[in-house]
Ligand binder design. Structure first.
Ligand SMILES: C[S@@+](CC[C@H](N)C(=O)[O-])C[C@H]1O[C@@H](n2cnc3c(N)ncnc32)[C@H](O)[C@@H]1O
Length: 262
């Protein structure tokens, strides 16, 4: 069992709930989502070309999806995973290569100097994604490379995320997506953008109930369940009433940003 080192005193209430929610879903996330998100993780890690000497940072490393691919490709380098959730890191440790070490903490301010910074699907959870991305670029050593995949409002999959958007906004209000428009400039202020593209791959689910459970019990909507159980139950009813039964596939787009330090 993991211990909740992430107290309100250390992080503030919002981040503390986020950390504890990821602790709760860690094993389920590794089982359900990591294999489904693997194509984006490979795409992002493959964006690293030749690198200068030095370690590679993986902010928001979760259960170690990027780290396991990086360990195969860079067995000689130090790899450092940073995550808010001790529970996610505990799962990552179970299969980590000897050249991987972990830090439990907020990855927004990344100390140190890194040959590369690689991160999938954590940036959108940070309080200020553009500021964090800017910091990650500044932490690159000369000639170092940033490769980051992020879920944005452009997820455009004509699938369950699109179907849930309007009822979610109605129940929970809209989180401003201004930060998405600021990412490019945040990178360009400190690095040269090599590519910035929406990258689609297919995901398959056994049915709407399996999808819902995976989002709430094994994934990113756990904090919403903790904070707003009644509204989350209402959203569940709406989704299960409207989404047809049976297995389905969809093609979400992740935004993948690649940049080089001068
Ligand atoms: C969707 S998971 C992605 C995990 C992993 N990168 C992957 O692709 O499988 C998001 C991760 O971001 C972490 N996270 C959220 N906010 C964070 C923060 N401020 N600092 C560090 N990690 C954070 C969560 O704990 C969670 O493990």
């Amino acid at each position: 069992m993991c211990t909740h080192r992430t107290t309100e005193g250390r992080y503030g209430a919002g981040m503390s709930i986020l950390a504890q929610s990821w602790d709760t879903v860690a094993a389920g996330y590794a089982r359900y989502w990591v294999p489904r998100f693997r194509p984006w993780v490979l795409h992002t890690v493959d964006a690293l070309g030749p690198l200068p000497p030095g370690p590679i940072a993986v902010p928001c490393c979760g259960t170690g999806a990027e780290l396991s691919v990086l360990a195969d490709r860079h067995p000689e380098r130090e790899l450092v995973g940073i995550d808010l959730s001790a529970g996610m890191i505990e799962v990552a440790r179970q299969t980590a290569a000897p050249n991987v070490r972990f830090i439990v903490g907020d990855a927004s301010t990344l100390p140190g100097t890194w040959a590369a910074v690689v991160s999938c699907f954590g940036l959108q959870q940070l309080p200020n994604p553009a500021a964090a991305l800017s910091r990650w670029c500044q932490a690159l050593s000369p000639g170092g490379r940033l490769a980051v995949a992020v879920w944005t409002a452009d997820i455009q999959d004509e699938g369950p995320y699109d179907a849930l958007r309007a009822p979610t906004q109605e129940l929970f209000g809209t989180r401003s997506s201004d930060w998405n428009a600021r990412l490019h400039n945040a990178v360009q202020a400190h690095a040269t953008v090599v590519s910035d593209a929406l990258v689609p791959y297919s995901i398959t689910h056994a049915g709407p109930l399996e999808f819902w459970r995976a989002m709430v019990s094994d994934g990113p909507w756990q904090p919403r369940l903790v904070r707003y159980p009644e509204k989350t139950a209402a959203l569940r009813e709406t989704f299960l009433d409207t989404w047809p039964p049976g297995a389905f596939s969809h093609r979400p787009h992740a935004r993948v940003l690649v940049a080089d330090a001068p």
